[in-house]
Design a protein around this ligand. Structure first.
Ligand code: ATP
Ligand code: MG
Length: 397
């Protein structure tokens, strides 16, 4: 129970005010499995307005669906009012949400039995759909009728696949056949929701195994981009898990010159930041393929992405560098950016006072930068100036 300590003051406050309060969702599942937990979600009989009144720091993120974020000790907790959902006629949102005072009804609207277990503040598990037994059997099973549950919200099909990629669980027979039957409905789901699940799926520790399974292949084949890959989908079975969906697109771009990481990323509405990361990984992998020195590649690669780059190198070219080695190469570079160079554009201009400002300055700086990174020149102003004078004896730079 220690892992839930940060949430206890919130549960106590709700109880003191006369409400029921439980910990629900993924953190309960992960706790039962002795896995590290992510966010702690709380379900309560208090109405959103009552939650807002009880706590000082609240963010009303989805009041109409009953969710309020409560901030406590610099941590966020999603506090959601116990609710039942009606039908989903647009495949996106339930037609109506009604608040209830019954945890069992709230658990019944959840996707899989392993995600439909509540934990009371005293540490008792409420498990009406036998989620613990399914966890023990490594089984993903829909709460209620899988066909109906996937029809209500087709994203649940992709969630089933992503949980099997993360946990290594299998799907029970009814869940599998419902998924195969209804898979085309996945395209009615908003791309933003699909992307969140795909990110978690491809970075799952068991992704390399589940990508070979027919049920995964069939569902992915109904999605944009993946549907064009056909039999090459199984090639995504790589020994090191991908970091995120963008890494899969980098991998595909490197394998197939007709593809372009940015246009793949556009289809899944990636943020600009992710597109920049994707392009930078492609540039660095291209450089590696062309035999550019590792020091130079590391210079251009953000330190935080070295591990992703290394995993991709392994997947594409079976190269086994250790990530710490690549990180140490980067740290040992004589400069980390152009600002660290002992010579500036201004210095160069002063060396050639009669030349107009222009691209020549950037060209020389780039050349010097490369020579410094690869150890051909020391990052000392005198030496750099000497080299420039020697290389460009006249003003015809
Ligand atoms: P993670 O550890 O990756 O966050 P999680 O199980 O907490 O996994 P979330 O997407 O955070 O997944 O959802 C929290 C809980 O809300 C789930 O455990 C499940 O009970 C419920 N849930 C989420 N999405 C759905 C859905 N589409 N249909 C039904 N229940 C859902
Ligand atoms: Mg969660």
């Amino acid at each position: 129970m220690d892992v839930f300590e940060p949430a206890m003051p919130i549960l106590s406050r709700l109880k003191e005010a006369g409400h029921h309060a439980f910990i629900v969702g993924g953190s309960v599942r992960d706790y039962i499995m002795h896995r590290p937990i992510n966010d702690i979600d709380i379900a309560t009989s208090a109405l959103p307005i009552e939650v807002i009144e009880l706590f000082d720091q609240v963010i009303p993120v989805g009041i109409e669906h009953g969710t309020v974020i409560v901030r406590h000790n610099h941590q966020s907790f999603e506090v959601t009012t116990l609710r039942e959902e009606s039908t989903y006629s647009d495949y996106r949102h339930p037609d109506s949400v009604s608040f209830v005072d019954d945890i069992i009804k709230d658990l019944a609207r959840r996707d899989f039995t392993m995600n439909a277990i509540a934990l009371t503040p005293k540490g008792e598990l409420i498990d009406p759909f036998h989620g613990q037994s399914d966890i023990q059997q490594h089984m993903i099973r829909s709460v209620g009728q899988a066909n109906r549950r996937f029809n209500e919200d087709p994203l649940r099909m992709l969630r089933a696949i992503r949980f099997s990629a993360q946990l290594g669980f299998s799907m029970d027979q009814q869940t599998t056949s419902a998924l195969l039957k209804q898979r085309s409905l996945i395209n009615t789901v908003a791309m933003e929701r699909i992307k969140i699940e795909l990110d978690k799926c491809v970075s799952g520790a068991h992704f390399h195994q589940i990508i070979k399974k027919s049920v995964t292949i069939q569902l992915l084949r109904t999605l944009p981009i993946f549907k064009d890959l056909n039999e090459t989908l199984a090639e995504l079975s790589v020994s090191q898990p991908f970091f995120a969906l963008v890494d899969v697109f980098v991998y595909l771009t490197m394998k197939n010159s007709a593809l372009n990481v940015t246009s793949l990323a556009n289809v899944y509405r990636f943020s600009n930041k992710e597109k920049v990361i994707g392009q930078s990984l492609v540039d660095c992998l291209e450089a590696f393929k062309e035999g550019v020195m590792l020091q130079e590649i590391m210079y251009h690669l953000d330190y935080h992405h070295i591990d992703r780059f290394n995993r991709l190198l392994m997947a594409l070219y079976h190269h086994e560098f250790s990530t710490t080695y690549l990180q140490s190469l980067k740290r040992a570079l004589p400069i980390q950016s152009r600002q660290d160079m002992a010579i500036s554009g201004r210095d160069l201009q002063m060396m050639f006072p009669h030349r107009q400002r222009g691209p020549w300055i950037g060209d020389i700086l780039e050349l010097l930068e490369k020579k410094i990174i690869t150890g051909q020149l020391k990052n000392q102003q005198e030496q750099l100036k000497e080299w420039v004078k020697w290389s460009y004896p006249t003003e015809n730079v």
